[in-house]
Design a protein around this ligand. Structure first.
Ligand code: GLN
Length: 487
């Protein structure tokens, strides 16, 4: 008997190929799991039961014909800010509540071409603005490790879905930490690729110079495989890079025993981190010393990263969200004239945090303030990038915590935006610099909450980031399975 709850994508592919299981069975097991645990966790906004079963039947036909594809018959979920043709794409916002995507994102086209099956769309903070999934206009998602706690955000639905095995993998988006932070909170692997490695075509834009799509999975190998399928140049996204995509699975095997020079930025380790978490992370670092050269480094402009981000991201969001005017997309408020219609549609359609960001952005870009805020922030962003470029002259990779604390309680930070913003201090600099970063689980606190580390690499060295993560995963040698799975 196959234990579906322990299955990885690579294992499932083998079983499918040998005919030990069918894709239909896999999809039905996934749907069963959703019926069982999602009423509590609430990871999904939309489940496409019928579509998933149909695609699974098609996958089974292809498998029987001996067809080989990288993800043939594998059920995964997709964050609800990535367009799948014919399915709702709500961004967890009232303003897009009734919006049905008329086309596929490039990542969806690529996953489809390799035979992946889309189970449904996962919950997020509205327009990916948040760190807890509490900003969803529909409902908060809960952490599978402790239902009283947040799963992180903004891709909290994707992380929680993978952690509770409602799909074997997922795609999220990461603008300031939205893949890595929820991955850390839910005890799964999550990666933000180098800016430009994955096409953003069909991802609803939040802050276009920072947004990047990336994978979630339960293992580093599965993460590498998902990234393989979605990475590569796309003429439909002018910021997607024309670079050769390495064979990630091959790379991580080749680097299985490579000794790296790893930098620990003192600014990250000197800042306030939960002491139990710090202990677990230091233990891992001790173990890594057996093979790797570990060195303290400095990223001196780290302290300005959150402030810089909260000028640049809202400024870009202000501009990107101007298109939601009640005319072109989704929600339209009843009103007497056009101007009132714009105003009312936006006032009723957007939630509190989104409005806060729009106002911050409008302010930062206003005449007379542009130089003081946006231009200044852009300059500091360059300094932050240079910190990393200097560091990578001395080290191959950088290792840091992902978050300052383990997952916090639902409601704990929602009324204090600054506290919420600070939960991303270790992930935001990576987006500002456009670097690849991954979150890998390394342990559990005494409260049974996941702890993770972040590996950061130079631009377009995503294979190195995955390789270090793979070594860490081997060193930790533990499966992170929340108890909700055995209930
Ligand atoms: N938490 C950060 C924010 O609210 C990052 C979100 C993200 O990466 N999408 O902006």
């Amino acid at each position: 008997m196959t234990d579906f709850k322990e299955l990885t994508i690579l294992e499932a592919l083998k079983l499918l190929e040998k005919g030990k299981i069918s894709s239909k069975e896999l999809v039905e097991e996934t749907l069963k799991q959703i019926k069982k645990v999602d009423p509590q966790i609430k990871a999904y906004i939309y489940v496409d039961e019928e579509g998933a079963i149909k695609s699974a039947e098609e996958a089974d036909r292809l498998i029987q014909k001996g067809e080989k594809k990288k993800l043939l018959g594998i059920p995964i979920s997709i964050k609800d800010n990535i367009c799948i043709k014919g399915l709702p794409t709500t961004c967890a916002s009232k303003i897009l509540q009734n919006f049905v995507a008329p086309y596929n994102a490039t990542v969806i086209e690529r996953l489809k071409a390799e035979g992946a099956i889309f189970i449904g769309k996962t919950n997020l903070d509205e327009f990916a603005m948040g760190s807890s999934t509490e900003n969803s206009a529909f409902f908060p998602t809960r952490n599978p490790w402790d239902l009283e706690r947040v799963p992180g955000g903004s891709s909290g639905g994707s992380a929680a879905a993978v952690a509770s095995r409602m799909g074997l993998g997922s795609l999220g988006s990461d603008t300031g930490g939205s893949i890595r932070q929820p991955a850390a909170f839910c005890g799964v692997v999550g990666m933000k690729p180098t800016y430009g490695l994955v096409s953003r075509f069909g991802l609803v834009a939040f802050a276009s110079s920072l947004d990047q799509i990336g994978p979630f999975a339960t293992t580093v190998e599965d993460t590498a495989l998902l990234l393989q399928v979605i990475a590569g140049h796309d003429p439909k996204d002018s910021t997607s890079a024309s670079v050769e995509v390495p064979d990630f699975l091959k790379s991580i095997k080749e680097h299985e025993k490579t000794s790296f020079k790893i930098g620990l930025p003192k600014e990250y380790f000197e800042s306030e981190i939960d002491s139990e978490m710090a202990k677990i992370i230091l233990e891992i670092i001790e173990k890594l010393k057996k093979r790797h050269k570990i060195k303290e480094i400095s990223l001196p402009h780290t302290e300005y990263a959150v402030a810089t981000y909260y000028i640049i991201a809202p400024a870009e969001a202000f501009s990107n969200l101007a298109r939601y005017d009640g005319v072109k997309y989704g929600f339209r408020a009843e009103s007497k004239n056009l101007i009132e219609m714009y105003k009312k549609s936006r006032a009723l359609g957007f939630g509190k945090e989104v409005k806060r960001r729009i106002m911050l952005g409008a302010y930062a870009l206003s005449a007379g303030y542009y130089d003081a805020f946006y231009l200044k922030a852009s300059k500091v962003r360059t300094l932050i990038l240079h910190d990393f470029l200097e560091a990578f002259k001395e080290v191959d990779l950088i290792l840091t915590p992902v978050t300052p604390t383990p997952p916090f309680k639902i409601g704990e930070k929602i009324s204090d935006p600054l506290q919420m913003y600070l939960s991303d201090i270790f992930t935001i600099p990576v987006n500002l610099a456009g670097l690849p970063g991954i979150s890998v689980p390394v342990g559990l606190t005494s409260d049974n909450l996941p702890v993770a580390v972040q590996a950061i690499g130079p631009h377009f060295r995503d294979e190195l980031v995955l390789s270090l993560a793979y070594q860490i995963e081997k060193e930790v040698n533990k499966k992170f399975v929340p108890s909700i799975l055995s209930e």
